[in-house]
Design a protein around this ligand. Structure first.
Ligand SMILES: [Cu+2]
Length: 135
């Protein structure tokens, strides 16, 4: 009796696997949406933010939300300690004497992390502030 149950189970599993194997398409979403050529933004479109760093957190002078296609400038002010900012997805680095200017081309929420080892690992790695780029 038990054996028959197992056989049935095995059969069901095999069918299940076969069914899964058949539908292979669409499982790899392509990120090939090429950033539509940055066309018509003028200097006045630049949105500027200043992020203030202290031990051990960042705060911004206003909500870090921009629309895709916007030119963004990020300044950093080290109020306490020595910190910098980076995000690899956006390809930006900001330090106190070198603001970052870039065009927001990807949408999503991006963590701007501290890029200067500024204390104990947990403090340093906990330093982040989120930049949101909307469609
Ligand atoms: Cu830091």
């Amino acid at each position: 009796m038990k054996k028959i149950g197992l056989l049935l189970l095995a059969g069901a599993l095999t069918l299940g696997l076969a069914a899964c194997g058949g539908s292979d398409e669409g499982t790899t979403p392509k990120q090939s949406e090429k950033a539509a050529e940055t066309t018509s933004s003028t200097a006045s479109d630049v949105q500027e933010f200043t992020i203030t760093a202290s031990n051990w957190k960042f705060s911004a002078d206003k909500e870090l939300v921009v629309k895709k296609g916007t030119k963004v400038k990020i300044n950093l002010y080290n109020k306490e300690g020595l910190h910098s900012i980076s995000n690899d997805d956006l390809g930006i680095k900001v330090s106190a004497d070198a603001p970052a200017e870039f065009t927001a081309e990807k949408t999503g929420e991006f963590d701007l992390n501290c890029n200067t080892v500024c204390g104990a690992e947990k403090d340093h790695q906990g330093m982040k502030i989120s930049l949101k780029i909307t469609d």
